[in-house]
Write a new protein. Structure first.
Length: 574
């Protein structure tokens, strides 16, 4: 994105952002009511589904239109890191390595997917990445709508209206537009929609796969069906391993509920769960081994403790207000319907609650990692089941009020009108509720754009960079080049050796020794900033320019002030 231009190439440098957002909120209720009226008149659930898609697109548009840089690229270290992981793969690097040379990757699926979609072109990654949140949101709505379609003839207790197109469109709307509440921006975990779709589309892709897994598991009839479901669950693990864990806990809860309710299919349900999880474990074991080897996620840490003062259990339950009891009712309704899909969904809600409660135990052992991801998972499951509960209660409310017999279109529209003030598009104000939005209004500064553009366009794709430890993230995110060492990822097992090499490359005066150390790791360039030289008292930019084994090839800024300089390590004999 060029300075002043937004993601669609429109100059927004003079845009009055508060006025733009205010106008959007003013127009939205009228547009929504007109759309609901059209859906009721057309009597087609596809219109309601289209409205859900447009409402999500509306939130994406009003958030991204005023921005002069990709959303959160700078304010969020997560976003810089995610783009960095994709860029080095798009430049031709191994998809199982991070932006630190030789370090095993912890989420290779997303990096490979983005690189493939870009045609292995880092320039195109920068153009496409701002659109992935919209793609993931739309995909989640669609997979949820189609994934909740029940198998034919499954469950005699299912009424004709259960899992109808209208109910599934309503559930998709609840899942995306009501999973967040107006006060979430001031809470510990913040707005689930923004933190999942806008900030981390790499995690949202696993959310997209979840309804597809439910669809497949609900239709398991044979050993091959079990294997197919296990394969899909294994793919979900590669997308985001925690979501695989959450789904697996939900499957065990599904099997337990089947046993406790003495269902005739209990034995089959337990067998399906064990085989599917077994197939998944066998297929995903290389990835799990890679995580164990590359990342110390089982190592206790004082920062992974849930404070005694935390209202942990309340955060994911009663804090959502009426949505939580509505979700409990929806889970009960889904379980009572008797069909496998409903029982699966109820099991997933119970599993999500168990995971959230289980974090208290993990916290006692200093292992309560990624609590925010467990929280968002629970919130989305809560919203999905709340949609089921709202659909079930709507005809009951009509009969209580005046004996009205609401048709499915009127049921869906009536629920939408009632929940409209609580829906995300109605109250979302990114300028007040999203620090990442505010931090993305200004374009990326030249000290980030100039040097990384040089690296991306003028250096070999295999070149490794050393230098400023903080700037290394930008070297990968914008420059598409891996680094020897840098802040932002877990320390590698050879961190001490890397740090010694880094010190030699920056401060060493023996050209032969510097070249030998650089060649061992493929380092060809140094990125030098005042922050880097602060680690080496007495060393100046002028000193580096005098060394015969270094050749300054780029400079942004002033040598007497703030600057970013790039040095090429001259090969032997040069």
């Amino acid at each position: 994105m060029a300075p002043g231009l937004n993601l669609v190439g429109i100059d927004v440098s003079t845009l009055d952002v508060p006025a733009f957002l205010g106008a959007a909120r003013t127009v939205l209720p009228l547009m929504t009511l007109l759309g609901l009226l059209a859906a009721a008149k057309a009597r087609r659930a596809g219109w309601l589904l289209a409205g859900v898609l447009l409402a999500n697109a509306w939130v994406f548009a009003v958030t991204n239109y005023p921005l002069q840089r990709p959303y959160a690229l700078g304010p969020s270290l997560d976003r810089i890191g995610n783009v960095a992981l994709c860029q080095v793969v798009a430049a031709g690097g191994s998809p199982i390595r991070t932006w630190l040379v030789r370090q095993l990757h912890f989420e290779p699926f997303w990096s490979f997917l983005v690189a493939a979609l870009s045609g292995w072109n880092p320039e195109r990654v920068l153009a496409l990445y701002p659109w992935f949140p919209l793609v993931m949101t739309v995909a989640f709505v669609l997979t949820l709508f189609f994934g909740l379609a029940p198998p034919r003839g499954d469950g005699a207790a299912v009424t004709p209206s259960a899992w109808s197109d209208w109910e599934r469109a309503l559930v998709a709307g609840f899942a995306t537009l009501l999973a967040s509440t107006p006060l979430d921006f001031a809470s510990t975990y913040r707005v689930p929609w923004a933190m999942t779709f806008l900030l981390k589309p790499n995690h949202a892709v696993a959310l997209v796969l979840f309804p597809l897994f439910l669809w497949l598991f609900a239709r398991v009839q044979s050993g091959w069906g079990r294997i197919a479901a296990g394969v899909v669950l294994h793919v979900l693990a590669w997308a985001f391993v925690l979501h695989m864990v959450f789904v697996s806990v939900g499957l065990f809860a599904f099997a337990a509920l089947s046993l406790l309710s003495h269902r005739p299919s209990a034995r089959r349900d337990v067998g399906d769960v064990l085989v599917v999880i077994g197939v998944n474990a066998a297929l995903v074991s290389p990835y799990l081994l890679m995580l164990v080897v590359g990342y110390p996620f089982l190592q206790p840490s004082p920062s992974m403790v849930i404070p005694a003062s935390s209202a942990h259990l309340l955060e994911g339950t009663v804090r959502t207000g009426l949505l939580f009891p509505l979700a409990l009712w929806g889970g009960w309704v889904a379980q009572r319907r008797g069909d496998r899909l409903g029982r699966l969904l109820a099991g997933q809600l119970v599993g999500a609650l168990l995971v959230w409660a289980g974090y208290l135990v993990l916290g006692a052992f200093q292992l309560a990692r990624e609590r925010d991801e467990a929280y968002y998972w629970l919130r989305f499951l809560t919203a999905i089941c709340a949609g089921v509960g709202a659909w079930d209660l709507s005809p009951r409310a009509g009969s209580v009020l005046r004996g009205w017999a609401l048709t499915p279109p009127l049921r869906a529209v009536a629920v939408c009108v009632l929940v409209l003030p609580a829906s995300l598009p109605y109250w979302w104000d990114p300028q007040r509720m999203d620090a990442y939005f505010v931090g993305s209004l200004e374009p990326l500064p030249e000290r980030l754009v100039g040097p990384t553009t040089y690296l991306r366009r003028e250096t070999p794709p295999t070149a490794v960079v050393a230098g400023d430890l903080n700037y290394a993230r930008w070297v990968a995110a914008l420059g598409a080049r891996r680094s020897l060492i840098g802040w932002g990822l877990n320390a590698t097992p050879d961190w001490a050796e890397r740090r010694a090499t880094w010190r030699l490359l920056v401060s060493g005066t023996d050209g032969a020794a510097v070249r030998a150390a650089a060649a061992a790791d493929g380092v060809k360039y140094l990125v030098v900033t005042p922050d880097l030289l602060a680690y080496f008292p007495g060393l100046t930019l002028a000193d580096l320019e005098q060394r015969p084994h270094l050749d300054r090839v780029h400079l942004t800024g002033q040598p007497s002030g703030d600057y970013v300089a790039i040095f090429r390590i001259r090969p032997g004999g040069a």
